[in-house]
Design a binder for this molecule. Sequence first.
Ligand code: PLP
Length: 397
Amino acid sequence: MPGFELFGSAEKKEVHDVLESGILMRYGFDAMRNNHWKAKELETELQTQMQVKHAQLVSSGTAAVSVALAIAGVGSGDEVILPTFTFVASFEAVLMLGAIPVLVDIDDTLTLDITAVKKAITPKTKAIMPVHMCGGMARLKELKEICDTHNLKLIEDACQAIGGTYEGKPLGSYGDVGCFSFDFVKTITAGEGGAIITNNDEYATWADNYSDHGHDHVGSDRGAESHPFLGYNFRISELHAAVGLAQVRRLNDFIAIQKNHYTVLREALSSIPEITFRTTPEAGEENYSFLNFFLPDLETSNKAMVALKEAGIDGCFHYFNNNWHYVRKWNHLKEAKSIFPIAPQIKEALSTLENKTFEQSDHYIGRNISCLIKLSWTEDEVKLRASKMVEAIKSVL
Ligand SMILES: *Cc1c(COP(=O)(O)O)cnc(C)c1O
C-alpha cells in the first residue's frame, strides 16, 4: 500500500468515462450519463469480493464508521467499546452520534484484548467495534460470542484491512457491519471514499437512505423521492468511485505483491532473537500492508526508530509517539476541546480519559514498530531494505 503507487491505465479509463459524460453525481441524470454508474458498479464489485449481500459507498472511512454505527442503532448516550490503538476517526465517529466511546486495552494482536472488553461492558453498551489495525485483525470469534451473549452489535472497522480474512471470510464481513476507507493512503484508494458492507437487508436500506439526506431512492424523480428519516450527505462522487472501481479490481494482485515483500522482510528480521511479531489470530490472514514487530522495551524501540531513519529506512512508525493513532497524545479529545458546545454526558466521559492510564496498551504499543509495505518496491529494493533494517536494529540491541 498505498494503491496510488500503481495508478495506471485502468484508473485513467474509468475516470475518463465519467468525465466524458460529465455526470459526477452517483444518482439520477439517467439520460445524460452514457450508462456509466461507477458507484453502483463498485458496490456490486465489493459485494462479490467481500462475499456479502450489500455494499454502500460513502464519502470517507470516517463516514463509513458513522453510518455503520447509525444503522446499528447506536445513538445518544450509548456506549461503544473500541481499542486504544486505532485511528482517531473511529473515536470521532462515535462522538458524532452523541454516543460515548469506551476505550479498552489491546493485546499482542494490537487490537482489542478480550478480557478488557468483557470488563468494560455496562448496561449502556450497544456495540463493540474492533479496529483491524495495520492489516491484521481482532479475535473476532471471541468478540462475536461476547456480542451474542450480551445482545451487542459487532461493527468491524476494517478501514486498514481490506483483503485480509478470518475463518476464510473477508475482514469486514464477519460482524453485523464492516467499514472500509478508500482515502489516499489506503491499500485501495479512491482519493477519498469509503464503504460499509453487511448481510442485513434492513441495514442496507438504512445506509442507502441515511447517507443521502434520507432519500428513499424510490422512483426516477429525485426531487419527488420521499424521506423516511433524518439523513446527511455522505455520498461518494462518480469520479472517486471510478478510481476505486479500477483499484478494487486489482485488490488480489496488490495483496499478492504485499505478501511477497512482507515475507522477505519478516524472514530477515526473524534472524534477530530479540524480535517477536504481532500475533495474528489462528483463523486469520492479514492483508500484509504492514509488518509489525516488537522489540524488548520502549527504550530499544525509540533507539531503533532513530537507527532505521539514519539507515534511510522510511515508512516505519512507532505509534507510541504518534498524534493520531494512539490515545496517549489525544489531548484535544481528553480536554473535550470543541468549537461548539458538546453534550454534558460526552464531556464527562471524555474527562475520565484525562487521568486514565492504559499500561497494557503502552506495553505493546511502546515496543511495537510498524513498517509500511510498499507496492512499488522491486525485489532488489526489498532485499536491500531487509539487510539495512537487520543491521540498524542489531546495532541498537
Ligand atoms: C483511515 C481510517 C479511518 C478513516 O478513513 P478516512 O477515509 O480517512 O476517513 C478509520 N479507521 C481507521 C482504522 C483508518 O485507518
